[in-house]
Design a protein around this ligand. Structure first.
Ligand code: UDX
Ligand code: UDX
Length: 482
């Protein structure tokens, strides 16, 4: 085996592949990295000369790309060439939940992973280490190895493969820090020398004691379990927020109190509009499918409930908005603050805002959506409703469908004649809103609904507006006001 790694490539220039390879390139200047993708537009964005169009927004990423791009980091659509020259190949393509067929709605669709494995099998030369970076169902490595072996046995030139699992634990918005200072790096495999080689790449910047070597199935399962545990914490705290509202307790006080127990810990205890992002739901459903597959019905039911309660929680928020606005929001202007699934990302995948806005549109609301980073075209795709630009212009006759309308605003001069504001993403911009000014512009009685607990309740109340804060039982009495 060639112990001198010179070339590494990653198939998939997405949220995971792009930042991961950029970090590796910056820490391993002696190795050349190629990030390849079948999506030409995406690659062109990564190659944008002035770094203005990078396909993802991630604090610190632009600076790292500027440092490494076209030195030892290259973005390209030439998958074949990248595979041919690489000693190590990361697979970081998307693995969405299957829409039809066996395991539909739960298991991952591995067609992209399989296609990649076939290409690697076909074009690679000599000995190649193939690394699963995408989150995959347990035992996928076996499938990849089988595909590679069958290509190898057909090949006239000598090739061999080793498959490793090296799941990614980065969270969006903090990806660069997560990659630079990981809690741990997990490498699962059977071939010790391949594992050592990959470990050596990470040892360029990660302390050796943080690099965990496991068997391949443990590594795959640890990734799913890690995300399932994190999502479960969010569902747990969100379910308690409903009890807080019913009883007069305050979820922030409850979170603080339980977080002081070192066995529980204080992280990931912020109640919010429900978890989103590309991973949590998909990975839990994967776990559910796995449990069902092995006949573990009770285990499957247990984990499925984490997703069910998340869906219920999102519906609950939309319902509260309707209830508080006298049971109808038809043609009422509602300001939506934040559409990304969390702050510091432009990603909207599985964002709670999608379901909540859809429910509000269903009730006939006129939404004005603001987000500092999300592209309005993406919102159009997510809501499956076209943007209506003349929203709440008193001189316009609104289309008389039963659905509401929405429009996007780049700035925050949007509060005129609004009935309510709903905070869905915890962007810094929203913490500094001058609520006394806003209150003067809104229709009375004006409401602020804060699903992220970032708004200063005293300022809202002082400015004469009504306030509902998620999990704050003291708002309970307001419901009974009408
Ligand atoms: C993906 C997976 O969704 C996730 O399960 C895993 O943990 C990491 O990889 P992400 O990087 O967020 O996450 O996905 P995405 O941003 O959709 O990027 C995947 C890229 O792969 C896309 O740009 C797509 O064009 C590319 N791709 C897909 C290929 O280059 N070749 C293919 O055959 C299929
Ligand atoms: C997650 C995992 O954290 C990461 O390790 C894995 O590799 C990919 O999936 P990500 O989806 O980027 O990362 O974001 P994360 O910060 O985990 O947030 C997920 C969702 O939970 C967001 O919608 C967020 O708003 C929500 N959340 C998080 C809360 O509602 N409260 C919290 O306290 C934390």
């Amino acid at each position: 085996m060639n112990h001198n790694v010179k070339n590494i490539c990653c198939i998939g220039a997405g949220y995971v592949g792009g930042p991961t390879m950029t970090m590796m390139a910056s820490k391993c200047p002696h190795i050349s990295f190629k990030v390849v993708d079948i999506n030409q537009e995406r690659i062109e964005s990564w190659n944008d000369e002035n770094l203005l169009k990078l396909p993802i927004f991630e604090p610190g990423l632009k600076e790292l790309v500027a440092k490494t791009r076209n030195k030892n980091l290259f973005f390209s659509t030439n998958v074949k060439e990248a595979i041919e020259i690489s000693d190590i190949i990361f697979i970081s393509v998307n693995t969405p939940t299957k829409k039809r067929g066996l395991g539909a709605g739960k298991s991952s669709d591995l067609k992209w992973v399989e296609a990649c494995a076939r290409e690697v099998g076909k074009f690679s030369k000599g000995h190649t280490i193939v690394v699963e970076k995408s989150t995959l169902p347990v035992r996928t490595a076996e499938v990849i190895q089988k595909i590679l072996n069958s290509e190898a046995s057909d090949a006239k030139n000598e090739k061999s493969f080793r498959v490793l699992s090296n799941p990614e634990f980065l969270a969006e918005g903090t990806a660069i820090n997560d990659l630079e200072n990981p809690d741990r790096v997990l490498i699962g495999g059977e071939d010790k020398s391949a594992m050592r080689l990959l470990s050596q790449i990470y040892e360029n910047w990660v302390p050796k004691e943080k690099i965990l070597l496991t068997n391949i199935w443990s590594s795959e399962l640890a990734k799913l379990t890690s995300n399932a545990f994190l999502a479960q914490r969010i569902s747990s705290i969100n379910s308690i927020s409903a009890i807080c509202e019913a009883t007069g307790a305050d979820i922030r006080e409850v979170s603080r109190a339980i977080g002081k127990d070192s066995r529980i810990g204080s992280k990931f205890l912020d109640s919010g509009p429900g978890f989103g992002g590309s991973c949590f739901k998909k990975d839990i459903l994967n776990l559910v499918y796995l449990a069902e597959y092995f006949g573990l019905k009770e285990v499957a039911k247990f984990w499925e409930e984490v997703v069910n309660i998340n869906n219920w929680h999102q519906k609950r928020i939309a319902k509260i908005v309707v209830q508080k606005l006298f049971g109808t929001i038809s043609e009422k202007k509602i300001i939506i603050l934040g559409f990304a699934f969390k702050a510091n990302t432009n990603d909207t995948r599985e964002s709670a805002a999608i379901k909540i806005c859809k429910d509000l549109l269903e009730e006939g609301a006129e939404l004005v959506i603001h987000d500092p980073k999300v592209n309005p075209l993406q919102i159009e795709i997510d809501l499956k409703v076209k943007q209506f630009s003349d929203i709440k212009n008193e001189s316009i006759d609104y289309p008389k469908n039963n659905l509401g309308n929405w429009k996007f605003s780049k700035n925050l001069n949007i509060f005129d004649n609004a009935h309510a504001v709903l905070v869905l993403t915890e962007w810094e911009d929203y913490k500094n809103i001058k609520w006394d000014h806003v209150a003067k512009k809104m229709k009375k009685p004006a409401w602020v609904f804060d699903a992220r607990s970032i708004v200063n309740e005293d300022l809202i109340k002082k400015s004469g507006m009504n306030m509902w804060s998620l999990g704050d039982g003291s708002s309970k009495n307001d419901i009974r006001d009408f």
